[in-house]
Ligand binder design. Structure first.
Ligand SMILES: NC(=O)C1=CN([C@@H]2O[C@H](COP(=O)(O)OP(=O)(O)OC[C@H]3O[C@@H](n4cnc5c(N)ncnc54)[C@H](O)[C@@H]3O)[C@@H](O)[C@H]2O)C=CC1
Ligand SMILES: O=C(O)C(=O)Cc1ccc(O)cc1
Length: 307
């Protein structure tokens, strides 16, 4: 039990804040955990289920005397919350966030931060399609990455303490430049979500296949798409509005590749299809071999040829 912060204020009480609260409690990392959410119902629920020790009607009240403030709201409202809390932040408070995009959040939050606080952007690469105060669980961050995109002038002691918090909540931590983060996530998370949203929309629009058939006969691939496409619409709208450049670049490449495969199907070019699928299979195998997919039934070990 290492208490790292005396008072943690979580702004936004949904999946990520709820999981952080539970993981922090499990490891005894915070003296007190308080929170703010926009809706009275969420605040009431968070208190009733013991997610936080106290709730406040405003973010400004919640951050008072907190030595760690974590913004756990949709990407598009980070800037206005930062502006609201700025005059109420304690001396040497750490202010962090968990947003899925980093450059736009830094641009929106940093200008509001007074000199006496330490703003350290972070992003846990862990989540589910569920949201709200009931969605969180203590194991969410276990063996998942939490990426940090600190500004070069930030006092390292504060970065290290926040990294220790995430490590003790179960995550592996790494630092990178914010713009690079946004490109990496456009490839690994944002564009794949858009593809899932698109495919589920296609199935829904197709008159010749009834919705009941889509539900009854959905194979594993489509099922995964529907899970992803059930994610929170506000959150994902904000991700695309705030990671425009990188997602458009990756979507452009995706579309070119898709046209190539479409042509291969039309021409009956089995060799091109086979070669493409062989290359992509190797990527899946290296993810499993690196122990990065904890949901895989064969987690940590991919059967080798001849197994
Ligand atoms: N859901 C996921 O899988 C992941 C989400 N993230 C990021 O974490 C952040 C939070 O996401 P979740 O916890 O999933 O969302 P959520 O929808 O479960 O919770 C968001 C919370 O913010 C509150 N909120 C929304 N607008 C607000 C406002 N204007 N003022 C005050 N509170 C407001 C909501 O009432 C709710 O309590 C987002 O920035 C998202 O990009 C990061 C990693 C994974
Ligand atoms: O549920 C899934 O498949 C996810 O991909 C979760 C997720 C969503 C958004 C993030 O910024 C990070 C992780």
């Amino acid at each position: 039990m290492t208490q790292l912060y005396n008072k943690v204020a979580l702004i936004g009480l949904g999946l990520i804040a709820g999981s952080m609260a539970k993981a922090m409690r499990r490891a005894g990392l915070a003296g007190e955990i308080v929170g703010h959410a926009r809706s009275a119902e969420t605040r009431k629920t968070a208190l009733e289920i013991g997610l936080v020790d106290a709730v406040f009607d405003t973010a400004a009240e919640a951050v008072k005397d907190a030595d760690l403030v974590v913004l756990c709201v949709p990407v598009g409202v980070m800037g206005s919350i930062a502006q609201e809390i700025a005059p109420h932040l304690a001396q040497d408070a750490t202010v962090s966030d968990v947003g899925s995009v980093k450059k736009a959040i830094i641009d929106a939050v940093q200008p509001h931060m007074p000199d006496h606080v330490h703003f350290i952007p972070a992003h846990p690469l862990a989540g589910t399609e569920h949201s709200g105060p009931h969605a969180g669980f203590a194991d969410l961050f276990n063996n998942r990455w939490c990426l940090f995109t600190p500004l070069p002038e930030t006092d390292r002691a504060y970065v290290d303490r926040l990294k220790q918090l995430w490590s003790e909540m179960g995550a592996n931590v790494e630092e990178m430049d914010a713009e690079h983060h946004d490109l990496v996530l456009a490839v690994t998370s944002h564009t794949p979500h858009l593809i899932a949203y698109t495919m589920v929309g296609v199935a829904d629009d197709l008159q010749r296949v009834a919705n009941k058939e889509v539900i009854d006969f959905s194979a594993a691939g489509f099922r995964d798409f529907t899970r992803i496409a059930a994610s929170d619409p506000t959150m994902w709208r904000d991700v695309f509005l705030n990671n425009k450049e990188a997602t458009l670049e990756i979507l452009g490449r995706f579309t070119e590749e898709l046209f190539d495969l479409q042509r291969a199907i039309r021409r009956g070019d089995g060799e091109q299809l086979f070669d493409h699928f062989t290359r992509t299979r190797a990527i899946r195998r290296s993810i499993i071999d690196a122990g990065q997919d904890t949901n895989a039934p064969n987690f940590g070990r991919y059967p080798k040829e001849g197994d």
